[in-house]
Ligand binder design. Structure first.
Ligand SMILES: [Zn+2]
Ligand SMILES: [Zn+2]
Length: 107
């Protein structure tokens, strides 16, 4: 009877430990511990260690400040998608601009 009680408490301890652990780093597939610095990708919502994505501690510290709220961080996989979308918008703007100047020339 006594050892059953002991066993029960140890099991709940393990469960509590698991709860305090953060997400898994999508790059190295290791758990992100509370003592480790990591960033969450805003697009895919996955966690990455700073060292796994080559983000400097300085940039990380900036991202933690009030000013950092204006910055967004995306992982390598999402970064290209976001960049492509930005490029498409830029290309579209260029097209519209050149079309506008053409129209102005015709007038
Ligand atoms: Zn990692
Ligand atoms: Zn991502």
């Amino acid at each position: 009877m006594k050892w059953q009680l002991v066993k029960k408490s140890s099991v709940s301890d393990v469960a509590a430990e698991e709860k305090t652990e953060k997400e898994q780093c999508k790059s190295c597939l290791h758990n992100v511990r509370s003592c480790e610095k990591a960033l969450m990708c805003e697009t895919c919502k996955h966690w990455y260690h700073l060292k796994c994505v080559g983000v400097s501690t300085k940039l990380y510290e900036i991202l933690q400040t009030d000013e950092g709220k204006h910055f967004h961080w995306f992982c390598d996989g999402c970064d290209s998608v976001v960049m492509m979308e930005l490029c498409n918008i830029a290309v579209r703007c260029d097209k519209i601009e050149s079309e506008l100047t053409k129209m102005n020339e015709q007038l």
